[in-house]
Write a protein that binds this ligand. Structure first.
Ligand code: PBG
Length: 324
């Protein structure tokens, strides 16, 4: 035997030397849920350790993220009142836009403030876009609403807009609208390959989702890998500054190929159901919680993600610091 790969695994120091990826707190983005009706935090049952927060908590949440050294936060918000058009998404006084303003004021240039740009939290029917007369999601009418929402989020102070609605042409429409308004420095994170996934389950509780049915006419079929590459390529051509694959672990093949073909930074979203799986198994004592979260993060980074969006961001950052 001439080749013995185990030589490089003999000691912790040797393993550290040859390690291919080293996740860092700065890679991490924490999703944050703000609920307009709350005056104190309300835990989300299906996402242990994650809560819906009142608007007043935004500065403290930003401070915790800065303190942990993570790269950014991704804001989601739940409005008191919903309607068919999702009007609260575009109103400057809407809860998400107020949360963005508070977060960017608190953050300064210490943390990247991202905002979810999608209508599902704001529509009475829970779809990511507006509906036509037959009740189908109207792609092109939705683009106009996204453009208005993008202007409102940018004026509120968002640094990055997370286009998660999976409408065709959404990146070009939003880029065009922002540039026309002189908002040329706002970056766009395109949820390029976003699959219609069962792993979004707990998120529906996190945002009090009103959805009946599914999103299969706009989110992608889990069976399609090549289509994910096409979506990513289109978004890059339309001007996306960053692109994302979502969910993460069931789609590491797509993530790896997108990272290989793409010339912009690539993010992966370790979604609610992926997080909840680890939490539930750990609560039963069936897996080591910390080791599982760290392994999930390492796997996403190894597959090619530069940025990882995860509900465990603050804890992961602390663990990474500890193990340095
Ligand atoms: C849509 C959106 C969803 C998630 C993020 N943005 C829900 C969906 O597409 O149904 C899911 C995130 C998660 O499950 O953690 N605005």
């Amino acid at each position: 035997m001439t080749v013995r790969p185990r030589r490089l695994r003999t000691t912790p120091a040797m393993r550290r030397l040859v390690r291919e990826v080293r996740p860092h707190p700065a890679d991490l983005v924490l999703p944050v849920f703000i609920h307009e009706d709350l005056s104190e935090a309300r835990p989300i049952g299906s996402l242990p350790g994650v809560s819906q927060h009142p608007l007043s908590a935004v500065p403290a949440l930003v401070e915790a993220a800065v303190e942990a050294g993570i790269g950014g936060i991704m804001l989601f918000a739940i409005p008191s009142v919903r309607d068919a058009e999702g009007s609260a998404a575009c109103a400057p006084g809407g809860v998400l836009n107020r949360a963005i303003a508070a977060a960017s004021r608190a953050a300064g240039d210490r943390l990247v403030v991202m905002a979810d740009l999608c209508l599902d939290e704001f529509t009475s029917h829970g779809h990511c876009g507006v509906l036509d007369a037959d009740g189908a999601v109207d792609n092109d009418a939705t683009l106009e609403v996204y453009a208005a929402m993008a202007r409102a989020q940018s004026r509120a102070g968002a640094h990055v807009l997370g286009l998660s609605g999976m409408m065709d042409g959404q990146v070009a429409a939003v880029r065009g609208a922002l540039d026309a308004a002189g908002l040329t420095d706002i970056s766009l994170l395109a949820y390029a390959a976003k699959y219609a996934s069962a792993f979004y389950g707990p998120f529906r509780e996190a945002v009090d989702s009103q959805l009946v049915g599914d999103r299969r006419t706009y989110q992608m079929d889990p069976a399609n890998g090549r289509e994910g590459l096409r979506e990513a390529e289109l978004d890059e051509l339309e001007g996306a500054d960053l692109i994302m694959v979502k969910p993460a672990l069931p789609y590491l093949d797509v993530l790896a190929e997108v990272a290989a073909q793409s010339r912009v930074p690539v993010a992966a979203y370790h979604v609610s159901g992926e997080y909840a799986q680890i939490e539930a198994a750990a609560a039963h004592g069936w897996i080591d919680r910390r080791a599982a979260h760290l392994e999930a993060l390492t796997s996403m980074r190894r597959a090619g993600a530069d940025i990882v969006v995860t509900y465990a961001a603050l804890e992961l950052a602390a663990w990474l610091e500890e193990s340095r």
